[in-house]
Ligand binder design. Structure first.
Ligand code: FAD
Length: 402
């Protein structure tokens, strides 16, 4: 580490893209330090030895973007297959297309509505349910966190009910959200619901983006290609904080680990939601017929089942076994952070850490852990290119000119 003028902590997308740029564009040696025993961060993929099926260790990852710069950049390293993400939701043992679209509504209410009839139908549902509480007025139910549904929605539940009405909300969102966040939806901000699209046509594609797919040879291949330059040295199984004292003075440091850890948690710990995946090999060629199925009911403890064989329609998996992953959501488990939690306490801590980070020279803290922000992969790549172009590149040209 003491020999390197460029050090990158983390071999996830943020670290790998910046290391690639430093090696290929600046033609400089760069050291990548990774505490796990593999490259790729949370995008890591591998081939299951029993079934031969390519799977994503930290949860199904679909690449999708409308950002042309990112799409062109990433395709310089790999090719994508033609996979398009479509999700089903299993309610009362029946499968519905999800996110909610015209097929979901027609199937749920046993109708044959036309697109132009949906708005009126939904409005009449909402009207008939206005004033009814989502908990059906049960005695054990807690009082609503905000005012009743009339007026602007003040929480997740009110927001969802104002768009979908009670039946669809309870079937597909209420208990799913409780399982996911371990929080009453009335205590979540309305904005969380806004992220979920609702359609009045039969479009069941999960994403609206211009391009999507899965790397044909898996995500790990993308990282092997990004880190292929001989000027890039990757140190696996190495925690940066154990060798931090050896860092060369004035080295350019890109750090994609957790921001609170960087400052020794001096202001306190940021909290995270995490996931647990339970793996099972099934003696069937195809278990559920789709890559992801949601389980929104309270009685089923997991939120989703992933079956990765369906992510690669171009591959001919000939075996008669398949691999599945049941996904469980857990409240804060600091050692495996997945999703930032948007609470006021966390925002306050984050701004204290950001202030400290802004004082540092030649240190760039970013990525999902460093920015304490959920980024899709294309956003992470965009952020990495931005850091390289606006922070690292200009500094280097100055040094070269001097
Ligand atoms: P990471 O991938 O977490 O990489 C950070 C790396 O830094 C890790 O390898 C970590 O081990 C290492 N590190 C941390 N601290 C240290 C240390 N002290 N020393 C050494 N190394 C350290 N995006 C999509 O576009 N589509 C999807 O379908 C999608 N699905 C997702 C599903 C889940 C369950 C999750 C959680 C995310 C999903 N994402 C998806 C987002 C995607 O995973 C992120 O955009 C991406 O992983 C962010 O890359 P990163 O480099 O910022 O972080």
């Amino acid at each position: 580490i003491s020999e390197y003028s460029y050090v990158v902590v983390g071999s996830g997308l943020l670290g790998a893209v910046i290391a690639e740029r430093i090696a290929n564009q600046l033609d400089q040696p760069v050291l990548v330090i990774e505490k796990r025993d593999h490259i790729g961060g949370n995008c890591y993929s591998a081939t299951d030895p029993t079934t031969g099926i390519e799977y994503h260790k930290y949860g199904t990852h679909i690449f999708h973007t409308s950002n042309e710069k990112v799409w062109n950049y990433v395709r310089r390293f790999i090719t994508f297959n033609t996979y398009q993400h479509r999700v089903l939701s299993c309610y009362k043992n029946r499968l519905y297309p999800f996110p909610i679209n015209l097929a979901t509504i027609n199937q749920f209410y046993n109708r044959n509505l036309k697109p132009y009839e949906v708005e009126d139908f939904m409005a009449s549902l909402r009207q008939s349910q206005l004033g009814q509480r989502a908990d059906g007025g049960r005695r054990d139910a807690q009082p609503a966190a905000g005012p009743p549904t009339a007026g602007a929605p003040t929480n997740f539940e009110e927001q969802a009910m104002s768009l979908l009405g009670r039946d669809l909300y309870e079937a597909f969102f209420k208990y799913y959200t409780i399982k996911q966040w371990q929080v009453d939806p009335r205590h979540l901000p309305p904005a969380i619901f806004n992220r979920l699209p609702f359609r009045t046509n039969y479009d069941d594609n999960y994403f609206f983006d211009r391009w999507q797919g899965i790397p044909e040879k898996g995500y790990t291949h993308l990282f092997e290609r990004l880190l292929a330059n001989r000027k890039i040295k990757v140190l696996l199984d190495t925690d940066f904080f154990e060798i931090r004292h050896l860092l060369k003075k004035d080295a350019c440091l890109v750090y994609s680990g957790a921001i609170d850890r960087f400052f020794d948690y001096k202001h306190g710990k940021l909290s995270w939601r995490t996931l647990r995946f339970e793996q099972e090999i099934i003696d069937k060629a195809d278990y559920q017929g789709n890559s992801v199925i949601n389980f929104p009911e309270a009685e089923i403890p997991y939120t989703r089942i992933h079956e990765p064989r369906h992510l690669h329609p171009e591959k001919e998996y000939t075996g008669n076994k398949t691999i599945i992953f049941r996904e469980y959501s857990l409240a804060d488990q600091g050692d495996n952070p997945y999703y930032p939690i948007a609470s006021e306490d966390n925002q306050r801590l984050l701004s204290l850490y950001r202030k400290e980070a802004a004082q540092l020279k030649n240190v760039f803290i970013s990525g999902r852990l460093g920015d304490y922000k959920y980024y899709d992969m294309h956003q992470t790549i965009d952020r990495a290119l931005e850091i390289f172009e606006t922070c690292i590149l200009p500094q280097t040209s100055t040094i070269h000119v001097v």
